[in-house]
Design a protein around this ligand. Structure first.
Ligand SMILES: *[C@@H]1O[C@H](CO)[C@@H](O)[C@H](O)[C@H]1NC(C)=O
Ligand SMILES: *[C@@H]1O[C@H](CO)[C@@H](O)[C@H](O)[C@H]1NC(C)=O
Ligand SMILES: *[C@@H]1O[C@H](CO)[C@@H](O)[C@H](O)[C@H]1NC(C)=O
Ligand SMILES: *[C@@H]1O[C@H](CO)[C@@H](O)[C@H](O)[C@H]1NC(C)=O
Ligand SMILES: *[C@@H]1O[C@H](CO)[C@@H](O)[C@H](O)[C@H]1NC(C)=O
Ligand SMILES: *[C@@H]1O[C@H](CO)[C@@H](O)[C@H](O)[C@H]1NC(C)=O
Ligand SMILES: *[C@@H]1O[C@H](CO)[C@@H](O)[C@H](O)[C@H]1NC(C)=O
Ligand SMILES: *[C@@H]1O[C@H](CO)[C@@H](O)[C@H](O)[C@H]1NC(C)=O
Length: 449
């Protein structure tokens, strides 16, 4: 049985432009902590197996960081990028229904398919997406030890697809051409999937030397990379992160990405907006998906994308992960403000940003978000600032998953305008419960023995 301990947190409006009128903020349920871990542990084949991994430094508990999160059926999928040595699996599941506050992770698809150095297995996964057809899209960077002295490009950077509906969990590995994605310098960070015209993925590559968006077209497995220095690079004014009494200097390029609902443009054609931001930036940018889909822009020089990029304006702080719901509401973190924020994309960004949770003790580096099929949003909090400084203390809670009911569902389930008889619609947003109080609460779910 679960009991909820409530920790109050006062809602504050995100710092923004006060000269424009503000639309009313929607009421949001409080976020609760549903899972928390000091260190990440796994479901081992046997206690001896765990001991053998520990003995040989293939499992170094304080080196395992959870970063990405996704949902399918009864499971939450978590990613553990192998930035340091000793990460025994890079993709794993936990049950979506809490049974334990610190569940052990079950490697996915299996232990063997997480073997370091086996190029049929997963090497370095920062993020995945699961599309509307139950297809899992896994970004495998191929290179491990990215935070060590000797990063090792074990396997080609690849997109790995798994048809979850089949139940067989067979992996289809699609390596990127080294001409498009340099295996020595790429950092495949995050992706959105656009289930139109045979499926596209838009992937952020926050490579320190060549940041950009990689576009992958599934129909012919072709990919190209588009670049825009101004909107995809870290900027000096935003490389300092101050959080929980710590400062960390991180110049990180294009990172978070989100995909808006379909709309018809002036010519009656269906299009979508792609939103993105460098980690080390205070700006949010947008570009039309139709522009990214134009292969010829990948062949042109660095300035080719410039005329198509829109700077939407300032955020109060830096953002790592973000996620769009099916109606065009964006959820994102504001790292230096210990804040989870949202923005209804139908409203001007400069006046439409809202703080929905703020708590310096529980919201310590917002990483990724996901939605389930019951209107809940989940967010990974991972104290990345401690991890990159090698200051992880195993005596403290380092990783949390927070949950709130918003009535939303993922952008992958947004209305398909190209299918006239589409059954899916934006109706679920109307079902969001209105709370009587504007006081947002952060609650911690605790297991009673
Ligand atoms: C606020 O918005 C107004 C009107 O769009 C604009 O003129 C002004 O520069 C903005 N201020 C800031 C601080 O962004
Ligand atoms: C792990 O190391 C300890 C101490 O060296 C040793 O006693 C134990 O047998 C080892 N266990 C395994 C499974 O290798
Ligand atoms: C990556 O590094 C390896 C080893 O240094 C080198 O052989 C290879 O040519 C590099 N690949 C690219 C695409 O630069
Ligand atoms: C793709 O971009 C090129 C410019 O690089 C432009 O000439 C062409 O019309 C675009 N194609 C489409 C389908 O928009
Ligand atoms: C993007 O799409 C919108 C809506 O169709 C259009 O008004 C705008 O001109 C496009 N922007 C660019 C930069 O192509
Ligand atoms: C948010 O954090 C930034 C630093 O990232 C800081 O400069 C700003 O004052 C904070 N704003 C609020 C409203 O706390
Ligand atoms: C977003 O804004 C639009 C237009 O103002 C409104 O119809 C819609 O209900 C808003 N969505 C949410 C979730 O508040
Ligand atoms: C950092 O976070 C911990 C755990 O939430 C809290 O106990 C501590 O007071 C925080 N330190 C600072 C300086 O904010």
């Amino acid at each position: 049985m679960l009991a909820l301990l409530l920790f109050a947190a006062v809602a504050l409006a995100a710092a923004q432009n006060d000269t424009l009128p503000r639309p009313p903020a929607p009421r949001r349920e409080q976020f609760r902590v549903i899972y928390e871990w000091n260190v990440i542990d796994f479901e081992w084949k046997s206690p001896e197996d765990r001991e053998a991994y520990l003995n040989t430094s293939r499992y170094i508990p304080q080196n395992v960081l959870i970063s990405g999160i996704n949902f399918y059926q009864d499971d939450l999928f978590l990613t553990m990028p192998r930035m340091l040595d000793g990460v025994p699996a890079t993709l794993a599941t936990i049950p979506v229904a809490p049974s334990d506050t610190a569940p052990k992770l079950r490697p996915f698809p299996s232990w063997s398919q997480n073997t370091v150095g086996d190029c049929n297995a997963l090497q370095f996964v920062q993020n995945i997406e699961i599309d509307k057809n139950g297809l899992m899209w896994i970004l495998d960077n191929g290179r491990v030890g990215t935070l060590t002295q000797n990063p090792d490009a074990k396997c080609p950077p690849s997109l790995v697809l798994i048809d979850l509906k089949s139940g067989k969990n067979e992996m289809e590995r699609i390596p990127f051409s080294p001409d498009t994605v340099n295996p020595n310098t790429t950092y495949l960070n995050d992706l959105v999937v656009d289930n139109r015209d045979g499926d596209y993925a838009y992937i952020t590559d926050n490579s320190a030397v060549d940041p950009g968006i990689i576009v992958f077209r599934r129909s012919d497995k072709k990919s190209w990379k588009v670049r825009d220095t101004q909107s995809m690079s870290s900027v000096a004014e935003a490389t300092l992160f101050r959080i929980n009494g710590t400062s960390v200097e991180l110049p990180v390029n294009i990172d978070g990405i989100a995909l808006g609902p379909q709309y018809r443009n002036e010519e009656g054609k269906v299009d979508r907006k792609v939103y993105y931001c460098p980690l080390s930036s205070y700006h949010l940018y947008a570009i039309n998906a139709s522009v990214l889909q134009n292969e010829s822009l990948g062949q042109q020089g660095k300035g080719a994308l410039r005329p198509y990029v829109v700077d939407l304006g300032y955020k109060a702080s830096q953002t790592d992960g973000m996620k769009m719901d099916s109606t065009g509401v964006l959820f994102y973190g504001l790292i230096g403000n210990s804040t989870i924020a949202e923005w209804n994309t139908t409203v001007d960004f400069r006046v439409g940003q809202r703080t929905i949770a703020r708590d310096p003790n529980y919201i310590q580096w917002v990483d990724r978000f996901t939605f389930d099929n019951k209107g809940n949003v989940y967010v990974v909090i991972n104290r990345l600032y401690n991890f990159v400084k090698n200051l992880v203390s195993v005596n403290e809670v380092n990783y949390r998953i927070l949950k709130s009911h918003t009535g939303s569902k993922s952008y992958v389930l947004s209305e398909d305008l190209s299918e006239p008889t589409s059954a899916t619609g934006p109706q679920s947003a109307a079902a969001a419960p209105a709370l009587a109080s504007s006081l947002l609460l952060l609650a911690m779910a605790q297991l009673l023995a």
